[in-house]
Design a binder for this molecule. Structure first.
Ligand code: UN1
Length: 504
């Protein structure tokens, strides 16, 4: 085993370990004997120090022309591309993702760098005519100030990039608190920005626990915005704290995404989609397919094909190129998922069709592996149908019509992603309109959103924001409306001028 790396804090242009801070160990979830890295259990004061650095850097960064900010982001993207394999391996070891997915995670960050850098030459506002003569109206985007980013372990490079690059291109300065399960991934992301030449203080990294650093972020009154991807429970807590201190909160929270399969669907395609959507990333995506809603005419055949394929998926460490499904990220997630499997078995006679156990065998004995699990006969009232599990567990529900399928899909507290498999364009368009979700796929799985399109959801998934795409800039900027009066005299708006005799 190699000596564990150190994933330090990066504050005001310096990598540092806070004096006296204990170490949090990040463990390889595929082999818990391996300590991937040590990171400081930073005290709250460290967060405040990072915010002060970000606040000092803000004035110059806000005035840096956006195309110049863009050049740094573009370079960061190039550096991530040069290091893709190496960082992909870090993701495989620290988050447990299969290496192809780890590299895909880095690729998503590269794509986001490209997108955000392009925005450096746009950041468009509007111009509009005035209701008065010789007057002109326009809007310009302005940054918000110091932004706090709280990011999860399941896309430990891509999500910091989604949030961080948009924040930076808009002219904000940043403090990032990455998940304590993946501190080295967070440090690798920041290292790319540093090596790209970002001025000191513009992007700061504070490692540690959510209960200390996340809470300190909420309390800090200099931070103007917190953007968090995490559970709905944590997101709502952060939003409540932000409300108390007058900050903006942008929430990207839970999902309970469903794939609908109609009787006219291409079943091979639907099986491929369900398999990838449910068991890709071991089901640990907020976009993962955790419900499969199937027309009764194709239900049995679909379930048969799906269970046969799921049972053959190759489990193993992410670093092994043969691996299709990696481990759960840590012990508590593993226990949580096993508890849901127990609940599924106990409640109201859901039928366990495959999986349902901790995986065993030479490749998986040392890690947090769970067999891809499928329940059939699931009813809408069941907890495995309603609650986010965040693991390789799929609940199948049988329905008799498209209307029933969509009503079933919508009977849920979340609304992030969804998929409909049908060959009938009318059915597809009807479902597209009726589904309550931020993302709808037709004949494609619920996972795999692209960086240039808005990402986010309705109901318990978020609070109305969309990340990524052009619209993601709205999270990280304020609009300023500018009126320019070149008439050379007082022109009064919102006054009935006919009644003012002297008005010339
Ligand atoms: C997440 O799981 O939080 O759409 C993000 C997808 C990925 C992003 C997932 N591009 O599946």
């Amino acid at each position: 085993m190699t000596t564990p790396a150190k994933a330090m804090n990066y504050i005001d242009g310096e990598w540092s370990w806070p004096t006296g801070a204990a170490a949090i160990k990040s463990i390889n979830p595929a082999d818990t004997r391996e300590v991937v890295c040590e990171t400081p259990d930073s005290p709250a004061a460290e967060l405040d120090r990072a915010v002060e650095a970000a606040a000092r850097a803000y004035s110059a960064w806000r005035r840096t022309p956006p195309p110049k900010r863009a050049a740094i982001l573009r370079r960061a993207g190039e550096i991530l591309a040069e290091r893709k394999q190496q960082i992909g391996e870090v993701i495989a070891r620290e988050a447990g993702k299969p290496i192809a997915e780890g590299c895909g995670d880095v690729q998503e960050a590269i794509d986001m760098a490209e997108l955000a850098a392009g925005e450096g030459r746009r950041l468009y506002g509007d111009t509009a005519p005035s209701e008065l003569p010789n007057k002109f109206c326009m809007t310009v985007r302005e940054p918000i100030g110091v932004c706090g980013l709280i990011t999860p372990w399941n896309f430990p490079v891509a999500i910091p990039a989604w949030k961080g690059f948009h924040a930076l291109i808009c002219g904000n300065t940043v403090v990032l608190k990455p998940a304590s399960d993946t501190p080295l991934c967070g440090a690798e992301f920041v290292r790319a920005l540093v090596d790209a030449g970002l001025p000191k203080g513009v992007f700061n990294l504070v490692q540690g626990r959510g209960s200390v650093i996340g809470e300190a972020m909420c309390r800090n009154s200099t931070i103007r915005l917190i953007s968090i991807t995490g559970s709905t429970e944590t997101g709502c807590h952060v939003a409540a704290e932000c409300g108390r201190t007058g900050k903006r909160a942008s929430l990207e929270c839970g999902g309970k995404n469903a794939e609908v399969v109609m009787d006219d669907a291409d079943l091979d395609l639907a099986v491929d989609g369900a398999l990838w959507g449910a068991f890709g990333t071991s089901g640990q995506r907020c976009t993962a397919t955790s419900r499969l809603i199937v027309h009764e005419k194709v239900h049995d055949e679909l379930v048969e094909r799906l269970t046969a394929r799921a049972a053959k998926l190759r489990l193993g460490p992410g670093i092994d190129p043969a691996t299709e499904v990696g481990p759960l990220v840590n012990e508590s997630q593993c226990r949580r998922v096993m508890e849901y499997i127990r609940i599924g078995r106990d409640e109201d006679k859901a039928v366990l069709r495959c999986g349902g156990r901790r995986a065993s065998g030479e490749k998986v004995d040392k890690g947090w592996f769970i067999e891809p699990t499928i329940f059939t006969g699931v009813k809408r009232s069941m907890r495995i149908f309603q609650e986010e599990i965040f693991g390789p567990v799929l609940s199948v529900v049988k329905v008799g019509s498209l209307e029933e399928a969509v009503e079933t899909l919508n009977d849920c507290a979340y609304g992030l992603s969804s998929a409909v498999y049908t060959r009938d364009i009318n059915k597809a368009l009807w479902a597209m309109r009726e589904i309550e979700a931020g993302i709808v796929y037709v004949n494609g799985p619920t996972i795999g959103a692209e960086v240039h399109m808005p990402f986010g959801g309705v109901k318990g998934t978020g609070n109305g924001h969309r990340e990524a795409g052009r619209i993601g800039l709205d999270i990280f900027s304020e609009w300023k409306t500018v009126y320019i009066d070149y008439s050379g005299k007082l022109q009064r708006a919102q006054i009935d001028t006919d009644k003012i005799l002297e008005q010339g």
